[in-house]
Design a protein around this ligand. Sequence first.
Ligand code: NAD
Ligand code: UDP
Length: 321
Amino acid sequence: MNRILVTGGAGFVGSFLCDALISRGASVVCLDNFHTGCHENIAHLLGHPRFRLVSGDVERPLDWLGQIDCIYHLACPASPRHYQADPVRTMRTCVLGAINALDLARRHGARILLASTSEIYGNPLCHPQREDYLGNVNCFGPRACYDEGKRAAETLFHDYHRMYGVDIRVARIFNTYGPRMAEDDGRVVSNFIVQALRGQPITIYGDGLQTRCFCFATDLAEGLVRLMMHPGELPQPVNLGNPAEFTMRELAQKIIRIVGRDAIIDFHDLPQDDPTRRRPDITLAQETLGWQPQVALEDGLTRTAAYFSAALAAQELHLPI
Ligand code: NAD
Ligand code: UDP
């Protein structure tokens, strides 16, 4: 498996995955249309002899790409602000993107991994979430374009596996954070850190008692590589996330402490269909892949805050990040 395609490789998660693959000696083709990704995320890889950046859209056929041995299919906006901005486009990216990536895998006999999501479980009635939980998704709410788009992508992956024997992997990724998140993408970790650094009020949606579990980006990249490299068939979905569960109030307090500035908390309305509780059961990943997250939340938040602090300082001086 030496020529690896990463769709969405210039995004937040994709860029950490490209780093992990390059450091393992792979040749990486990073395909992106820069809808939500940016050049800065992969700027450090651009001169590398085993790294190639190609501009392309997964909504169109990918048969113009040369021989590919292995595909990580990540291309899709992930933050609610981005995926809700044009929900029809999000659904098209999920469905057409999956078909085009799967057609490419089928043509080359390549193994292919889908970056699916914990949103598959919707607002879960079962806690923590195991892979066999079928979910509780509102199919016409504002989050549906992403939740149902990813569910449709999972369906396509399994149908290509059953019909054409494509070797598939499906990672159900839970909330992931770290450096290189877009400062304005609206996700909770980047919002809270940027607000705290700027001395702005911390915006908690709802009562702040809803929970999430946060996985550091390098831990996730390691999990994705292990899932892809696992020998033999592994078509069933595998949860990848950090099981340590926190309320948004707890997250805000940690970030305020790490940034070290006084901050007031501003409560806003809870967005429609915002999941109340979410926590991965990662038994399958632990037992099958020998994987579990290594970076504790405080440590990861400290590294992420340092990144945003430097990025904001560079912006003030008009320097490249
Ligand atoms: P991101 O928005 O930073 O990255 C997505 C990348 O895909 C961007 O570089 C974007 O430009 C690219 N892209 C979008 N549409 C495209 C298209 N049509 N053609 C080509 N490229 C396109 O998001 P992320 O957080 O890095 O998420 C990456 C993947 O992981 C997504 O599939 C997402 O659904 C999944 N995921 C992420 C999280 C998380 O917490 N970050 C959680 C669950 C699942
Ligand atoms: N959230 C919040 N303040 C913010 C952004 C998000 O309280 O400024 C909440 C949001 O309502 C949700 C949680 O944080 O309950 C995680 O939101 P995010 O958008 O990061 O991820 P997702 O909802 O997709 O899990």
